[in-house]
Design a protein around this ligand. Sequence first.
Ligand code: ADP
Length: 413
Amino acid sequence: MRSEELLIQIRRAWIQAACERLASETDVRASFEPALERFYDLLIEAVRSDAPEKLNPIIDEWVEARPRSDPEAMQTSITPLFDQFLLLTYEVSLKLLSDREALELLASLIPIHTYTYSYAAKKETQAQIEQISSELESARLVLEQLDQSKSKFISIAAHELKTPLTLIQGYASMLRERISTDEFGRVESLLNGIDLGARRLAAIVDDMIDVSLIDNNLLALTFQPIWLNRLFDLVKHEFESAMKERQIEFEVHDFPGFREMIFADGERLYQAFRNLISNAFKYTPDRGRIWVDGRLLPGFIEVTITDTGIGINPEDQMRIFDKFGQVGNVSLHSSGKTKFKGGGPGLGLPITKGIIEAHGGAIWVESEGHDEERCPGTTFHVLLPIRAEPPDEKFARLFKGEETTSLKGEYKD
Ligand code: ADP
């Protein structure tokens, strides 16, 4: 007898046995039965036409039936069901068919079983991948929205702080002018305190504005001829008192390309390098060393800023370029731009990265790790393209995104 006829012969008993084994409660059994009947009929069809793919539709349905919102259900596989079906066929056919017929039937079912098994496994893996991708996509969207609201918050907060800050600075300077000479001695230190506080706050607000410009691709660059050696003369001058106070050696080496004229935004580059040097001071203990060096590469100048400071752990080396990406305990920060561990709000490096990237350059960090005893040091690398002329508008817009059409004509030749 042919295999499909044998299957037809044991159909009733098989379905009954499958219902009993797989669904213990009567009402569940009732709803299970039609599904089993459909499976069995498709199985007969598959055997008759020697086409195991006839079973695909029901396997697809069963795989899809697992609720996607339930991660546990998504983990459970339907493949053990097929093992049960094969075992049942064996048991039922042993009872109802001769040994030879039972063996023949089983032999013809094994290739189908292998097929259904691997097809279901493939479908389940696909469904899981789809599920994970969709979860990742939703997480990405949430993060994107968070980042947008963070950026919006920074921009609003910065602009809202700017007005009262200007008032404080204005009234402090009026007070300074109106106070008589005799009184001035008594209140001078108080007025200086207000000035210092207001200046620090103004610097933070400016950083917040810069970060929000960078986030929204609105950083306007004014390309002019600049020389890195002159720029670093100014940086060195700015840090002279910190060098003395902290007894830190700060050297700027002359390297090929250092004296070359390039087109760049001098003010913004100064801001970027000042941030890096200020960090080198902040994270290097007294009596340490900081040095600037570099090299000429085809089309680029690479500047390196190395310190003998506390270093940065490899796992933090990407994070520090994110806004508010400070590492370490914020409450332990001292204040100031050059004091040891004088942490700021964590905006310096994102601004520096934004400025360098807006120039078409790149920035990265190298450090063995963080160790306040051993001080393994840190090197920041800055790669700047050598431009013999200011970039044309199309090129500049490429670096700054679509919104920058308003920057038209802002480049000074
Ligand atoms: P902050 O305002 O905290 O200095 P930055 O964005 O300038 O913010 O730097 C982010 C973090 O990167 C710092 O909090 C510090 O942990 C780490 N960092 C930056 N430069 C150095 C350096 N030269 N050595 C060690 N750590 C550094």
